[in-house]
Design a protein around this ligand. Structure first.
Ligand SMILES: C[S@@+](CC[C@H](N)C(=O)[O-])C[C@H]1O[C@@H](n2cnc3c(N)ncnc32)[C@H](O)[C@@H]1O
Length: 315
């Protein structure tokens, strides 16, 4: 297993407590990675349970398969390659009627964008953003997705430089970013390009849309009483989770002076976490990835007439 897939699972105790997987249940880890969470979930649904694992990365799927063979041999599992934004299709493929526990662990490595070496991946789209978005849009994504204080100055540098020649390499982009950040601020807060790279990654992968689609699908597919747990590491992601859980936990939204309900809204989930759960002090000390983790959990209600399985689940 490569180092990348050997990291310690974040908030494992809390995941197990909140999802509380029972023997015979079906669990679905939508961000399988190295299966750090999934092997423990698999142990708890044994002997007759089913573990589903989704990842878009072949190396993660290989690492997870090896770990399952080594640590939970014989545990029934189906690993599916794909993006959890297409959860509906993936679960139809897996031919399961419903799921009892869903987990999303949204941690992203701070991987550098390699604009020269990886043209088949997201490089082209990152290049498009850098060379074609107007200054206002560039500023917006750097500020909102990157939380970059110097978004406007960096965007101005990018536009000024690309007017002379297209920005084609990471090095050229890093130079533009550095030129947009005052020297005093460049000396602290990690690599000066980190926030801009994060913003580009979120933009080109449509990460926030994908999360919304995946989470809504998970709620549709959850069995009555099913638990849905999301660990996010970015306030924008956490806000999306909070909004979806809140929206789907509300019942009738008709004005109080209407004699009968005309909206027909019924609560779909019960939210377990009004405020996100955080990792404990010791875990944060031992595992720096846990520092920014924000966990939210909801339970699917038994909504009469709401199908939870294949063939058009509704939420
Ligand atoms: C933080 S790792 C998961 C670690 C895992 N929970 C563990 O403890 O070993 C996140 C994984 O999710 C995958 N991933 C991220 N976004 C995804 C998406 N939209 N669809 C499918 N997989 C995704 C990444 O490829 C990565 O392997």
């Amino acid at each position: 297993m490569t180092d990348e897939y050997r990291h310690v699972p974040v908030m494992l105790d809390e995941v197990l407590e909140q999802l509380d997987p029972q023997p015979g249940e079906t669990v679905c880890d939508c961000t399988l990675g190295g299966a750090g969470h999934s092997v423990e979930l698999a142990r708890r649904v044994a002997p007759d349970g089913l573990s589903l694992g989704i990842d878009q990365d072949d190396m993660a799927l290989d690492a997870a398969s090896q770990r399952f063979e080594r640590e939970v041999p014989g545990a029934e599992h189906r690993f599916l390659k794909g993006n959890f934004g297409s959860l509906d299709q993936l679960l139809l493929e897996a031919e399961v009627p419903g799921v009892d526990c869903f987990l999303f662990d949204l941690y992203h490595e701070d991987a550098p964008l390699d604009m020269r070496m990886d043209p088949g991946n997201n490089t082209l789209t990152a290049l498009e953003v850098i060379n074609h978005y107007n200054e206002t849009d560039l500023t917006r994504i750097l500020r909102i997705y990157g939380d970059e204080r110097h978004a406007a100055r960096i965007a101005r540098q990018v536009v000024r430089r690309r007017e002379k020649a297209p920005i084609e390499t990471t090095l050229q982009l890093v130079e533009a970013i550095k030129a947009g950040i005052p020297a005093a601020d460049r000396r602290h807060g990690g690599h000066p390009a980190r926030k801009t790279f994060q913003a580009l990654r979120i933009e080109v992968n449509h990460e926030l849309d994908v999360l919304e689609e995946g989470l809504r699908a998970a709620i549709r597919w959850a069995n009555p009483g099913g638990r849905i747990c999301v660990i996010s590491y970015h306030s924008l992601e956490d806000r999306i989770v909070k909004h979806i859980f809140t929206e789907l936990s509300q019942g009738c939204t008709c004005p109080p002076d209407l004699p009968v309900c005309v909206c027909g809204n019924v609560p779909i989930v019960n939210v377990r976490t009004r405020k996100p759960l955080r990792a404990g002090e010791r875990e944060v000390r031992d595992n720096p990835r846990a520092r920014s983790a924000l966990m939210r959990v909801a339970v699917k209600l038994d909504v009469a007439g709401t199908p939870t399985n294949a063939g058009g689940p509704r939420g």
